[in-house]
Design a binder for this molecule. Structure first.
Ligand SMILES: Cc1cc2nc3c(=O)[nH]c(=O)nc-3n(C[C@H](O)[C@H](O)[C@H](O)COP(=O)(O)OP(=O)(O)OC[C@H]3O[C@@H](n4cnc5c(N)ncnc54)[C@H](O)[C@@H]3O)c2cc1C
Length: 497
């Protein structure tokens, strides 16, 4: 050891959960130090890769105006924002996790969601409606769907910038390229951490530590070990720095593992994307407009109900389904009728895309796909579409298929209007669901079910919230809610000592 540092609260990581914790601890009067293993130009974890969509309970447009006072009269008049009740948020968490989620943690998440958004605003984070992604214009009016109406101004990069600037104002110090390696622990609890900073091993004494260092999705070995065979082949959507080190450090200090260790959030992602996320592209490698088309595998066959629900409730589990296809890839196919509905991410340069003026020509261009079987399969799909039910992208329109072994439940359209477009995708992993066990005060629990004194955690590395699937926009919200709680708890713990 060549150096020593000291602080009240040590926060490990510098993503959304970590910053929320740091600010909350500071508000409790604690001196706060943050360690981030990435250099500044890559810092901010997965948070920086997001579009910044955040799910929270709101009773109506007045709650949104309080959060976004810049909304104009005209915007309000042209939009049906609907509402998203706490009950709906509870229902969504229960339904998509098959009722496995921890009810006590979900209670905190849901009930503190709106208040935490307002708290973020008080720290200079700004928000905007998610026009385009979560609302389509029908008859001159936008209608929001899927419980998700708001994004951070400037997306993930805006959120990291906002939090970092606020940290500067609050006197919170962030050390970059500082990799935490282990926790200091004695019989009284956790007393700090050891980190590698500038090539030196540094011992940091702290009255409380908050771990907010992400999941293990960027660690191919842990993916294969815990998620199962084949997961080493998935592409990582976000930061290369979330390799499970926070989870390892907590487990070594006696923490109890919790949650869906074999589960993760994974989506359809550009087939030729790099191994890890690229900040210049952000989340645009994702391809989330599949509810309006079909997906076929190497055998030329559909393999999943693309229209089972709004994409917010299916996209996070379909990456796993795509990974399970032969060759770990699929093609999404659309015709001219729906091209205007495709999200912006379909119009970037870094796409594997083919187009054609006939289906016969299109199937020949689908790299790796059996063209004859694909053509036969598309024709069978076309014949199964319930054309008497009107198509409406803003609601679950019930326009499905009849008689197919893999049905499509909503938004089914014949593929018959050229030009046809197809996009190649594979599985992109977002974050892992398993992690450490916390209580409702974000205190890390040991294997006897008791809090480890001085150790708190939040964000992706916490288990118990998500199983199998995930409602879009909940990762940032959970990170903010539990980060804030962890910061309050750590700040109070530090003051009490
Ligand atoms: C492409 C993409 C799009 C997404 N879109 C959305 C969205 O729109 N809405 C939403 O809610 N969620 C979204 N998510 C999920 C969301 O990013 C995460 O749920 C959330 O950002 C996690 O926050 P966090 O603070 O827990 O982790 P992170 O933001 O990943 O922060 C963890 C930090 O810990 C650091 N770290 C790791 N190990 C160490 C160590 N040993 N020492 C020091 N530092 C360490 C990392 O460098 C990183 O900065 C998206 C994710 C991706 C990848």
């Amino acid at each position: 050891m060549t150096q020593n540092l000291e602080t009240d609260v040590l926060v490990i990581g510098a993503g959304n959960a970590a910053f929320a914790a740091a600010h909350a601890a500071r508000e409790e009067g604690a001196q706060v130090l943050m360690l981030e293993c990435a250099p500044p130009d890559e810092a901010g974890g997965n948070t920086r890769f997001t579009a910044g969509a955040m799910r929270f309970a709101y009773t109506g447009v007045e709650d949104l105006v309080a959060l976004m006072p810049d909304l104009t009269e005209d915007e309000i008049a042209r939009t049906d924002f609907g509402s998203y009740s706490e009950e709906s948020f509870f229902d969504d968490m229960g339904r998509v996790t098959e009722y496995r989620c921890d009810p006590d943690l979900v209670e905190q998440l849901v009930r503190r969601s709106r208040d935490t958004m307002m708290w973020m605003r008080s720290h200079g984070i700004r928000f905007a409606p998610l026009w385009g992604r979560q609302a389509f214009e029908v008859d001159g009016r936008f209608k929001f769907w899927g419980g998700l109406a708001v994004e951070v101004w400037g997306g993930g990069p805006g959120l990291v910038e906002g939090w970092t600037a606020a940290a500067g104002r609050a006197g919170i110090r962030v050390i970059y390229e500082a990799r935490a390696q282990g926790l200091l622990r004695d019989d009284s609890g956790v007393t700090g951490a050891v980190a590698r900073i500038d090539g030196e091993t540094v011992r940091i004494a702290a009255k409380a530590v908050v771990l907010a260092c992400g999941g293990f999705q960027a660690n191919a070995e842990w993916r294969a070990r815990y998620l199962g065979p084949g997961w080493d082949l998935a592409k990582v959507r976000g930061t290369r720095f979330n390799t499970g080190e926070g989870i390892r450090m907590a487990l070594e200090a006696g923490a109890s593992p919790s949650g869906n260790w074999s589960g993760c959030h994974a989506v359809g992602w550009e087939r030729n994307a790099p191994e890890f996320g690229d900040l210049a592209v952000g989340d645009a490698f994702q391809k989330h407009s599949y509810p309006f088309g079909i997906m076929v595998n190497a055998n030329g066959e559909r393999f999943v109900d693309e229209g089972a629900d709004f994409r917010n409730y299916t996209y996070a589990k379909y990456g796993r389904v795509i990974l399970a296809q032969p060759g770990q890839f699929a093609w999404q196919i659309f015709d001219a009728k729906v091209l205007h509905l495709l999200r912006d991410e379909y119009r970037i340069r870094e796409v594997t895309k083919v187009s054609a003026s006939t289906l016969e020509e299109l199937v020949e261009k689908l790299d790796g796909v059996d063209p004859e079987r694909a053509l036969a399969h598309i024709r069978k799909f076309n014949d199964a579409v319930m054309e008497d039910v009107p198509f409406n992208p803003n609601v679950k329109d019930g326009r499905g298929t009849v008689g197919l072994s893999v049905p499509k439940s909503n938004w089914a359209n014949r593929l018959d209007q050229p030009p046809f477009e197809a996009y190649a995708i594979t599985c992109g992993i977002t974050f892992t669901f398993g992690g450490v066990r916390i209580d409702t005060e974000a205190a890390v629990q040991d294997r006897d079910g008791k809090p480890i004194p001085g150790l708190f955690s939040a964000g992706e590395m916490v288990g118990g919230l998500f199983y199998f699937n995930y409602p879009g926009g909940t990762g940032l919200m959970a990170g903010a809610v539990f980060g804030r709680i962890a910061g309050i708890s750590a700040g109070r713990f530090a003051q009490s000592g």
